[in-house]
Design a protein around this ligand. Structure first.
Ligand SMILES: Cc1ncc(C[n+]2csc(CCOP(=O)(O)OP(=O)(O)O)c2C)c(N)n1
Ligand SMILES: [Mg+2]
Length: 318
């Protein structure tokens, strides 16, 4: 990858991280209601996984969904307005934090039900085969999803029918406060998925380079019609499960260990090492992100809720 591409990856990660910082501020000020889960710490997983996708490909994921939407090219202002519950949000304020969606960028949504996106990903992939399209589906979910019944049905069907799917498991070691060790008889989530007869890989999800490389192989395989692959990305969320979780089940040492592996300074250092990139180039990106998010917050502040009589619109298709 050249310097320009790497600076783009840095920009995407910084945008995702900084968006979450703004969301936390606005949530604390009471402007955002409902459940709200932040992605801070896991940016290399999403940026790396999505790096080799094409515009026409589908992305779908869990409720921790702001980063997916932004990295796919969603408008930060429309996302912020959505979180505020305002009518100019990407779902007219009806979805909120957990249900961002935009067919314009083929982001088929965040889903609040643990593993809820997995069977829908299978359906999307089946539609691709049925319509003889060239797209692939990339589906994000957490470690907790791997204990759900429907998850196993989805993995089985995807592999059985050789569907154009890439499964990306964000193993951040916890489902709310329950660790993988306490909830999964098989702690290797890759080993658990291997039972369905598809290639599996475990990767350092805090490393953008490793993440994109593993995803590149999986995406190419899906595109060639060879069927799904499974990626277990080991990562860590820096904040509690949601805005209402202080995260007291994790030790300070554990959080500090993972903060040392922060994917953003790690990528910055790599770019500086490999190319002649000065601080001013990073400062310019920081400034661009700051301005974009200032504007996003202003846009959200200026909006209004949808009138009550419009609430039942867009509920059913057709
Ligand atoms: C079917 C179902 N059961 C329980 C919940 C409550 N719940 C919300 S998030 C969550 C934890 C999921 O953890 P994981 O899949 O590891 O994703 P992470 O939050 O770590 O990204 C649970 C149990 C839910 N939303 N859906
Ligand atoms: Mg988890």
């Amino acid at each position: 990858m050249n310097k320009k591409e790497l600076l783009k990856a840095y920009y995407q990660m910084l945008l995702a991280r900084s968006f979450e910082t703004r969301v936390a501020e606005q949530y604390t000020r009471g402007r955002i209601g409902g459940f709200c889960h932040l992605y801070s710490g896991e940016e290399a997983v999403a940026v790396g996984a999505l790096w080799h996708l094409r515009k026409a490909d589908y992305v779908i994921g869990s409720y921790r969904d702001h980063a997916y939407y932004l990295i796919r090219g969603g408008d930060p202002a429309a996302a912020m307005a959505e979180l505020f519950g305002h009518s100019d949000g990407c779902c007219k304020g009806k979805g909120g934090s957990m249900h961002l969606f935009s067919s314009d960028i083929n982001f088929m949504g965040g889903y609040a039900i643990v593993s809820g996106a997995c069977p829908i990903a299978v359906g999307l992939a089946q539609s691709i085969v049925y319509k003889k399209e060239q797209r692939v589906v990339l589906c994000f979910f957490g470690d907790g999803a791997t204990n759900q019944g429907v998850y196993h049905e989805a993995l089985n069907m995807g592999a059985l029918y050789k569907l154009p799917l890439v499964w990306v498991c964000e193993n951040n070691y916890y489902a709310i406060g329950t660790s993988v060790a306490r909830s999964s008889a098989q702690e290797s989530l890759a080993a658990k998925a291997a039972a369905y007869g598809m290639p599996v890989e475990t990767v350092d999800g805090m490393d953008f380079f490793k993440m994109q490389s593993v995803a590149e192989r999986a995406i190419a395989r899906a595109r060639e019609g060879k069927g799904p692959s499974f990626i277990e990305a080991k990562c860590y969320r820096y904040r509690g499960h949601s805005m209402s979780d202080p995260g007291t089940y994790r030790s300070k040492e554990e959080v500090a260990y993972w903060k040392k592996r922060d994917p953003i300074p790690r990528l910055k250092a790599a770019i500086k090492h490999d190319f002649e990139a000065g601080d001013e180039e990073f400062d310019a990106i920081d400034e661009k992100v700051r301005k974009l998010l200032d504007d996003a917050v202003k846009f959200a502040e200026a909006g209004r809720e949808l009138p009550a009589e419009k609430l039942q619109e867009d509920v059913y298709a057709g």
